[in-house]
Write a protein that binds this ligand. Structure first.
Ligand SMILES: *[C@@H]1O[C@H](CO)[C@@H](O)[C@H](O)[C@H]1NC(C)=O
Ligand SMILES: *[C@@H]1O[C@H](CO)[C@@H](O)[C@H](O)[C@H]1NC(C)=O
Ligand SMILES: *[C@@H]1O[C@H](CO)[C@@H](O)[C@H](O)[C@H]1NC(C)=O
Ligand SMILES: *[C@@H]1O[C@H](CO)[C@@H](O)[C@H](O)[C@H]1NC(C)=O
Ligand SMILES: *[C@@H]1O[C@H](CO)[C@@H](O)[C@H](O)[C@H]1NC(C)=O
Ligand SMILES: *[C@@H]1O[C@H](CO)[C@@H](O)[C@H](O)[C@H]1NC(C)=O
Ligand SMILES: *[C@@H]1O[C@H](CO)[C@@H](O)[C@H](O)[C@H]1NC(C)=O
Length: 530
């Protein structure tokens, strides 16, 4: 009996070591040949074992990803493939030894050309063959767009579609059989990329997670550009200081709105119910003070929390939702140009002489009319994706400091009531939108924000289960037809997994909202989706 057990373990260990050796060997000898039968120059094909801290020395320093810890044995393929005679895409395809037959593509952020290595590691750790790219240029600046429409086309849609085609092809050749199911995971610009793919290439993915999506992209760029002329420069006399935003104004917003959901916890479950009035903060004398707002400042605050409208009163972009001040001060309200908008106007819409201090409605109109490389991403109909059985999960932080979450409501309502003419029931069959209370842009925040949205440090703290994790929920929906009703979010103490859970909350799918029903508010059963 004992011998028998000993030998089984020994044999299992030997088999597993042999499998590792042959996996590493088949990786090293894998020959990357693309459609034209050429191996792209400068490619990397290497075996990476679990636990490696992979150095990324040639990655653009502005991407701030000097290395990446890899937690699964995998075959890493990095290639620079041309997309036109004036443009190319750097892709990384990570093929785990323990493959589930699932394929996953990852997205980008801002106007970045930055590969999200943490999302590659996250996908590989859960058995996906996972691909990501620099979206056609390197680094966080938009300079590469200037007078090169091909780079803009890559950024708009071509880079993602290209890496999906190549990625699926190499995946199949590497393992000897094709993927069974195909997924996408991205947030912010990456959310836009996912929705754009569902619209433009409905066959690319069976399931898409599109977080905090940068849809209606041209108008989003304008909305973000509108803050600098509105707040004025950080050194101007009427500038609203960080202390005023994070103390005075945020406190007053909570005083007016935090209790609406039934609990005073610093988290506004549904900011659409918060109709904030800044007037109680007005200074009673004309003297400028830190603990009150001048008449000009009151007007600035009022405009920040109002929709951006064109001259004819038509909506350009919805208002910022109240509650996000603590982080919005870092960029949108910082009294400085918002770099992504500045670069877009300088290098895509106009030219480098464009001055962000004078952004105006004409600029907004020009950008939207130009719609460079058809980047807008504002479909009113995703029925082709739906008809193929595609499933979409979107989510949006209710304290998003960079893209107002009201825009995701606008997008959902447009799909439901507009082009698809389906109504809520048919939407539910393929498209679900979760409002993540207490979350800033894509991650972090005072609420239960960890939902498996990417490979940040906290993702490892929650189980890869459909109840807790948006990617696992998507897999269950696509493969087992179990549609997600809620997503259980987790907040770790100090956002450190090792310090244990501070609170959890089940986030509701729109249009339902979370309402307190009694008990310990840090526990999910104390809330209900109504
Ligand atoms: C991959 O691409 C090559 C070259 O175009 C093609 O011959 C092959 O059939 C493709 N394989 C798969 C699985 O798509
Ligand atoms: C990886 O990068 C982090 C900073 O991002 C640094 O602290 C760490 O030392 C680096 N590790 C290696 C092996 O380069
Ligand atoms: C690049 O390709 C386009 C057609 O796609 C062609 O018109 C142009 O001449 C090419 N430019 C160069 C520099 O080869
Ligand atoms: C391979 O993945 C399965 C689930 O997908 C998991 O149960 C198993 O432990 C993994 N094996 C290794 C060696 O990682
Ligand atoms: C981006 O950087 C990679 C190195 O990581 C390089 O191979 C590639 O040529 C660069 N792409 C562009 C468009 O500069
Ligand atoms: C504010 O700072 C900018 C440079 O950052 C400078 O050009 C401008 O003159 C300053 N304005 C005032 C009122 O100090
Ligand atoms: C409420 O639940 C949280 C999270 O489990 C826990 O840390 C806290 O101690 C509970 N509070 C009370 C009063 O039981």
């Amino acid at each position: 009996m004992i011998y028998h057990y000993f030998f089984s373990v020994l044999i299992a260990a030997l088999v597993s070591r042999a499998a590792t050796a042959s996996f590493a060997e088949s990786c090293r000898s894998f020959s990357v040949k693309l459609a034209d039968n050429n191996t792209p120059p400068g490619g990397i094909v290497e075996y990476v074992s679990a636990g490696t801290d992979l150095p990324l020395p040639y990655n653009d320093p502005s991407c701030n990803r000097p290395n990446q810890t890899v937690t699964a044995d995998l075959c890493r393929i990095a290639l620079d493939v041309s997309t036109s005679n004036l443009s190319s895409v750097v892709l990384e395809l990570w093929l785990p030894r323990n493959w589930t037959g699932r394929f996953l593509a990852t997205g980008n952020g801002g106007i970045d050309g930055c590969i999200k290595y943490e999302d590659l590691a996250y996908g590989a750790a859960h058995g996906f063959a996972v691909v990501g790219s620099n979206n056609g240029h390197n680094g966080t600046s938009g300079r590469a767009f200037y007078q090169n429409e091909d780079v803009v086309i890559d950024f708009s849609w071509r880079a993602l579609h290209t890496i999906v085609e190549i990625g699926k092809n190499l995946t199949s050749r590497f393992y000897g059989y094709p993927h069974r199911t195909s997924y996408y995971l991205g947030c912010s610009l990456g959310g836009r990329q996912g929705i754009n793919a569902a619209d433009r290439f409905p066959g690319d993915f069976d399931g898409i997670v599109a977080g905090s999506p940068a849809v209606d992209f041209n108008n989003l760029v304008s909305w973000r550009a509108s803050f600098f002329p509105l707040t004025g420069s950080y050194n101007s006399s009427e500038f609203i200081t960080r202390a005023q935003w994070t103390g005075l104004i945020h406190d007053e917003i909570l005083r007016q709105c935090d209790g609406i959901d039934g609990v005073w916890d610093g988290i506004i479950e549904d900011p659409t119910l918060c109709h904030f009035h800044p007037d109680p903060l007005a200074c009673t004398t004309t003297a400028h003070k830190e603990n009150c707002l001048s008449a000009v400042q009151i007007e600035t605050v009022r405009r920040i929390f109002s929709p951006l409208l064109a001259g004819d009163g038509e909506l350009i972009f919805p208002a910022m939702q109240p509650g996000s001040e603590d982080l919005a001060v870092e960029r949108l309200y910082a009294g400085k140009p918002f770099s992504y908008s500045e670069d877009w106007f300088k290098y895509v819409v106009f030219d480098p002489s464009w001055n962000p201090a004078y952004f105006n409605l004409y600029d907004a109109e020009t950008a939207d009319a130009l719609n460079p490389a058809e980047i807008r991403t504002w479909p009113s109909d995703l029925s082709a994706f739906h008809a193929r059985g595609g499933k979409m999960i979107t989510f949006h932080g209710q304290q998003d400091n960079q893209i107002t979450s009201f825009n995701s409501i606008r997008f959902y309502d447009r799909l439901a009531a507009g082009g698809m003419q389906t109504g809520a029931e048919q939407m539910e069959a393929f498209f679900r939108f979760f409002r993540i209370s207490g979350m800033f842009h894509c991650n972090t925040g005072p609420g239960a924000w960890v939902v498996g949205q990417g490979g940040g440090a906290s993702a490892a703290g929650i189980p890869f289960a459909r109840e807790n994790n948006v990617l696992a929920a998507l897999v269950a929906w696509v493969e087992d037809e179990i549609a997600p009703d809620t997503i259980l979010g987790t907040k770790f103490v100090n956002d450190e997994v090792g310090r244990g859970i501070q609170m959890q909350r089940r986030h509701c799918r729109y249009p339902l909202r979370n309402t307190y029903i009694g008990g310990n508010a840090s526990l999910p059963d104390s809330w209900m989706c109504l």
